[in-house]
Ligand binder design. Structure first.
Ligand code: FRU
Length: 558
């Protein structure tokens, strides 16, 4: 004993070590309220928590439990067990921990500080609590846009993958409505798509209902593909069995669409093959539940992430011409192929095209069954929001409509922020027909805006640099190179009719820039300085002609 004490003292550089005994912890409680409050301390030791009903695990997760004063609370929905007695088991806990001593339940999952955090994007969706990555299951169903997302409800880092769920009537204002899919005995809930079974080919819609069907990967265990459905957009039922067995470990992210000409369903699944070869496999199904392999596309290897993860697959009319349609296949980094598809085999005509030129835009997906017939995309926008005691981390991009435009090089994807975003426009500053000369007075000197949308059209004439500054962040356009540069991220942005055309969205966590009428999309994550709400427009090396500038303050969606 004395020897062990001496050893401990030596290991700690001679300082006396105060240790608290660690032991398993078990307690029982009767479910009276909607939520169990789980106290979280960011960075604390991770504990494995099981929630049991009559000895059977009903929920499980690992979590940085707060022994004392928490940074924030996670809320576990207990609705399913109202009136029952549940057991909480923690694998190891400090003996004096107050984490579940006592157990606290609450009717509401709200905190006063929700959405008021200094780094909360003001018009980008982010979960109230926890971590998000990919958007999932995006569909318009029964009057609402449904945005599901990879969610860790219990921590600000990746883990415990659930499908979180938010709904919106206008693509702009989102309301979180609880977890849609919880980890189960087959695995954690990795990404996938959603689509309405309009003809009820699955038979899952009883009494004439058209179910919304969600596909996910039961990951980190079986790697099987699973199916869940809903007929009210709120309650979700999983089929008790897999609908497609694992092909290889790590296969994931099923995206399902209806192929009208062949009258069957098509699934695209990401499959890692031997030697880390990225591939997309195609399957067909008459009933959404039984799937037959038809073909595959080969992408990059290892770090060459062409066709890696999160397939998205859709058809678009070139310049709106219904007689000239093309299929687009993308992977998580938005690199895409354009080609033909006969319902079974995708034949690329052009490959490895880039559709975004920013930083940390990933795993984008589009809404199925969009009522206005648009192809609206939202991507995961990795933000630098993991700070201090914050209760949330990460964010989505703004929604953008995708179209195909014929260019000299071929048909190319173009992104346009959805018109619904214009609802957020507040106080405006407008300038037209001004000559811009170096060292001139800043035309935007009076603007004071934390969030903004800026529309700018300028003919560079003999100016070498056009510079827009937003809250201290420079957006530089190098006229000779026809290149945009923001915080060392660079993108080619050709002048159109001799003019630079920009649409810029400014939020607390970065800027999304659209140039060349949406042919260039450049999201750059960057935490803007809280105290700086200034804007500027400058030219260097010569004069330019400002044709039009509109700057709108944007309202918060929260
Ligand atoms: C992409 C991804 C997906 C996977 C999910 C897990 O960001 O790796 O391939 O399904 O995240 O959270």
């Amino acid at each position: 004993m004395i020897n062990r004490l001496i050893l401990l003292l030596l290991m700690c550089g001679g300082l006396p070590l105060i240790t608290t005994a660690q032991q398993p912890f078990t307690t029982k409680f009767e479910v009276g309220e909607k939520y169990l409050k789980i106290p979280i301390k960011n960075g604390a030791a991770k504990r494995n928590v099981d929630i049991l009903l009559n000895g059977e695990k009903v929920r499980w997760f690992n979590v940085e439990l707060a022994d004392d004063t928490p940074d924030w609370y996670a809320y576990l929905d207990l609705t399913a067990w109202k009136g029952n007695t549940l057991t909480i088991h923690v694998d190891s806990l400090n003996s004096n921990s107050k984490a579940f001593a006592p157990v606290v339940q609450e009717a509401d999952d709200r905190n006063k500080a929700d959405y008021l955090e200094p780094l909360r994007g003001q018009f980008h969706f982010s979960p109230k609590r926890g971590w998000n990555n990919d958007p999932n299951g995006m569909a318009y169903y029964k009057g609402e846009y449904h945005l599901f997302f990879q969610h860790n409800p219990y921590g600000v880092n990746w883990g415990n993958m659930h499908w979180g769920h938010a709904v919106s009537k206008d693509l702009v204002h989102w309301k979180e409505v609880g977890e849609a899919l919880y980890p189960d005995e087959f695995g954690t809930m990795f990404s996938g798509g959603g689509v309405i079974d309009t003809e009820n080919t699955s038979g899952l819609g009883k009494g004439g209902e058209q179910p919304l069907v969600l596909y996910y990967t039961a990951a980190e265990k079986t790697w099987n593909q699973g199916l869940a459905y809903t007929v009210d957009g709120r309650k979700f039922t999983k089929l008790p069995h897999t609908i497609l067995d694992k092909i290889t470990d790590g296969n994931r992210d099923p995206k399902v669409i209806w192929h009208a000409p062949s009258k069957h369903w098509v699934m695209v699944l990401y499959v890692t093959e031997a030697n880390d070869l990225h591939t997309m496999h195609f399957f067909t199904s008459p009933d959404m539940k039984s799937w037959t392999f038809t073909s595959k596309i080969v992408g990059g290897i290892g770090d060459d992430r062409y066709m890696h993860e999160c397939p998205e697959f859709f058809e678009l009319a070139v310049d709106g011409d219904e007689n000239n349609k093309k299929w687009i296949l993308t992977g998580a980094n938005s690199q895409y192929a354009i080609g033909t598809f006969d319902g079974k085999t995708f034949v690329p005509q052009e490959e490895r095209l880039f559709s975004q030129h920013g930083r940390d835009y990933y795993a984008a997906q589009t809404f199925s069954d969009e009522p206005k017939g648009r192809r609206v995309e939202i991507g995961w926008w990795r933000t630098h929001t993991n700070q201090g005691a914050s209760s949330f981390n990460q964010s989505m991009s703004i929604p953008m409509a995708l179209t195909l435009k014929q260019t000299a090089a071929g048909a190319r994807l173009v992104r346009t922020p959805v018109e619904e975003l214009q609802k957020l426009r507040g106080a405006a500053t407008k300038l037209t027909s001004k000559e811009l000369v170096p060292e001139m007075q800043n035309l935007l000197a009076k603007v004071d805006a934390e969030t903004a949308e800026i529309l700018l059209t300028v003919a560079p004439k003999d100016a070498k640099i056009i510079q827009l500054t937003v809250r201290g962040l420079e957006i530089n356009y190098d006229v000779a190179k026809q290149e945009l540069e923001i915080d060392q991220v660079r993108a080619q942005a050709p002048l159109e009719d001799g003019k630079l055309d920009l649409q810029v969205f400014v939020d607390r966590t970065g800027v999304e820039v659209f140039a060349a009428k949406g042919a260039v999309f450049m999201p750059v994550n960057y935490n803007l300085k809280q105290t700086d709400h200034t804007y500027g427009l400058h030219v260097k090396g010569g004069k330019a002609a400002l044709e039009n500038l509109e700057l709108y303050q944007l309202k918060s969606i929260w």
